[in-house]
Design a protein around this ligand. Structure first.
Ligand code: SF4
Length: 425
């Protein structure tokens, strides 16, 4: 999304007109994801729709940018006939010129360089999130080598953005009305290691906190072994970092963790969760898990279920494992049949559903500070600190008189599936 916002700014600054309707545009730019099979399938389907419109004469040219372009390169021209340009990640800021060239060119062209060794500067964005919240990318790439993951091949090694650049971007976002900044990276806890900044994320947080206008700082994608005591102390001492821990754990069984090439073990993960809960009793925990990695038998899966029941995650995403070309896990023996992966995904999510329903009931009667995302006819949609935008549940607020983008206090009066129902007080 940040890359899309950067491209939109480049396009607008070049004097090109951005259309709200892709079918009335001369050129459609599709920014893709491509790290697992469903993401690739979704991107390909979107490209095929665009190609169908091109054949009907509704659009003239199709440009494909983003991760799938970086991953597949010129192969994409064969995968879907009708693409006019394929643009790699490091060419993102040249998008306006690429559009102009594509309009006048009769030939399909690929704009692909090697993976950029520098973090992108995301300054000047035409934001597509609501005015009051934004993503703040603090680095690019990843130095971990999880056996199932394609991201390091696509986005390269971990590259921290210099502190001054992040602060400039954060100020720019705050000046444009963002009160909530969601820090993103492939691993936010790794921030600063390549720049030799001691306790990098803590150092960054302490500087970001000083920016006037920012009220909530949210740390997404914290790698478990990167959550140090120093970081927990910084979060506890901070008035702006919300007590929301998004820790993609992937699994709990020691053999599976080893197969995944994760550096920590089950015992360390249990201790970490315990420590967070003791340190910050109001911590909201989110995780993502992968089921069906090669070698996962019923025994390992049940160990994962037991862990989920024990941890009581407020939010949890479960992915079934996809053997991605080029990854170590795709070569492993003991691949799990798709049907079993589907069943395990469903079983895990049903266990999690019951846990969330219980946690939600426990919140009834409490008062929460919510950031209002939208409001219509006295009913607001907002989030308390334990709900990240786009991925988590919501607060449905009755008797709402506040304006979107502002904070309000509301009492939880009920639940609706995963969402909370509140009344403004
Ligand atoms: S830490 Fe995340 S991005 Fe990095 S290799 Fe592992 S799964 Fe991929």
């Amino acid at each position: 999304m940040v890359d899309s916002e950067r491209m939109l700014a480049e396009i607008a600054q070049a004097g090109l007109l951005i259309s709200a309707n892709p079918y009335s545009a001369d050129v459609v730019v599709i920014n893709t994801c491509g790290f697992i099979a469903p993401a690739k399938a979704e991107a390909i389907q979107t490209i095929r729709h665009a190609v169908a419109s091109k054949h009907k004469g509704k659009i003239k040219k199709i440009i494909v940018a983003g991760c799938l372009s970086q991953r597949m390169g010129a192969e994409l021209f064969n995968e879907v006939k009708g693409i006019d340009a394929v643009v790699g990640l490091s060419e993102r800021d040249k998008i306006a010129d690429i559009i102009k060239n594509t309009v006048i060119s009769d030939q399909a062209v690929s704009y692909l360089e090697h993976i950029c060794q520098l973090p992108p500067s995301d300054k000047t964005r035409l934001r597509i999130t609501p005015k009051h919240w934004a993503y703040l990318r603090i680095s690019e790439g990843c130095d971990h080598r999880c056996a199932f993951c394609t991201i390091p091949f696509i986005r390269g090694r971990f590259k921290s953005k210099p502190l001054e650049i992040i602060l400039e971007e954060a100020k720019e976002l705050a000046d444009s009305g963002a009160v909530e900044l969601n820090l993103i990276a492939q691993d936010t806890s790794y921030y600063g290691k390549d720049l030799k900044i001691k306790d990098g994320l803590s150092t960054l947080i302490k500087k970001l906190e000083k920016i006037p206008g920012v009220k909530w700082l949210r740390l997404l994608y914290l790698y478990p072994s990167g959550i140090t005591d120093n970081l927990l102390e910084t979060i506890a001492a901070s008035e702006k970092v919300v007590h929301y821990f998004d820790i993609p754990l992937q699994h709990i069984n020691n053999n599976i963790l080893k197969n995944m090439r994760r550096p920590h073990n089950k015992e360390q993960i249990y201790k970490l969760i315990e420590k967070i809960k003791i340190f910050l009793p109001d911590a909201v925990l989110r995780t993502t898990l992968i089921v069906g990695l090669p070698g996962e038998t019923e025994k390992e899966f049940e160990e994962l279920l037991d862990f989920v029941k024990w941890a009581g995650f407020d939010c949890l995403g479960c992915f079934k494992y996809y053997p991605e070309a080029g990854t170590a896990a795709a070569q492993m023996t003991g691949q799990v049949p798709e049907k079993i992966k589907d069943q395990r995904t469903e079983r895990l999510m049903l266990v999690q559903q019951q846990l969330v329903f219980d946690i939600n009931k426990y919140r009834v009667g409490t008062e929460l500070t919510c950031l209002l995302d939208s409001a219509r006819k006295g009913v607001g949609i907002g989030r308390f600190y334990g709900q990240a935008p786009e991925i988590d549940s919501l607060c449905i607020i009755k008797n709402c008189t506040a304006k979107p983008g502002t904070f309000l206090t509301a009492k939880v009066i009920g639940v609706k599936d995963y969402d909370l129902i509140l009344r403004q007080v």
